[in-house]
Design a protein around this ligand. Sequence first.
Ligand code: ATP
Length: 366
Amino acid sequence: KKRIAVLTSGGDAQGMCAVVRSVVRAGIYLNCEVFGCYEGYSGLVKGGDLLKKLEWGDVRGWLSLGGTLIGTARCMEFKEREGRLLAAKNMILKGIDALVVCGGDGSLTGADLFRSEWPSLVEELIEKNILTKEACENYRNLTIVGLVGSIDNDMSLTDTTIGAFSSLERICEMVDYIDSTAASHSRAFVVEVMGRNCGWLALMAGICCGADYSFLPEIPPNSLTWKDELKEICKRHKEKGRRKTTVIVAEGAIDNELNKITSEEVKDCLVEIGLDTRITTLGHVQRGGTAVAIDRCLSTLQGVEAINAVLENTPTTPSPMIAIQNNRIVRVPLVDAVSKTKYIAQCIKEKKFEEAIKYRDSTFKE
Ligand code: ATP
């Protein structure tokens, strides 16, 4: 029987539990054995109890849960070859030669590197007499499949990442709560949302909550004029009868000269036009709570596709990342998705904002 390990890595996201459930059950259904690798890559590096076979019933009730019940971690050892050597040893000892990784671009980069190094890691294990040649005989290639779990929706070549819509839902709920008090007191709220250098959460929160203004890293305002523009827009809305004022600030918000735009600066502008203004940094509630329907669905369908991809893999197939494009679950080369994602970050650093948007999901282009 094919033995497959599944792990969650990097920042947690709603839907990761549903991914593990789907991978375990699709694997069992297709006659494989699936191992849960606990605490991200640490489970591979440390092995033992952290690499545990999961049965159908072990993932019962996991479909809707937030976070990840097999844990996630930032594992520094795995970034070193020595750590990956231990990981290869532990996998071979358990008879595992396929890995489904659910995480962000860092986790998927690590997975692809691990695969490309695998034959030389196996050689090294034999040379150092850590494992015998016979023990390694059937484990000369490693299969890697990536799934994107991230609330930020920051991965290229997929329309959405697992967790992004749940996080957006949390933001909408929180802004709705804030709105009622804002409208009662005619107050202004500056709401800071997550997303790192991706503005998808801020963009969508702006649309879904009817904000007066949103600050996004990919569409930065002019450094010289943004303060006056913000004041003018919020003042105009107020004069037209809007009681509350809501401004969304992405955590990675910048102006077109790459200066960080802080919630404090935004607040100062609103105070200057006479608004009683508060800042709310939503923080980790954005990662919390259950997965919304679309994330349950995405995790389930993509988990099944990950197992199909493992079973259809050949030593020459590039490692796939399971994506969704135009409502279809598809496989794309993992390295392409990761390199385009890194390219976006580079474009932002070089002020090539239009180029950055080209590789973001379609929401930005419309
Ligand atoms: P998020 O988008 O939530 O930050 P991520 O997957 O990008 O998720 P990282 O902290 O970059 O998060 O990576 C998670 C883990 O993946 C690291 O702690 C490390 O174990 C592994 N990893 C990341 N980059 C590499 C790399 N270049 N080589 C080997 N392993 C890596």
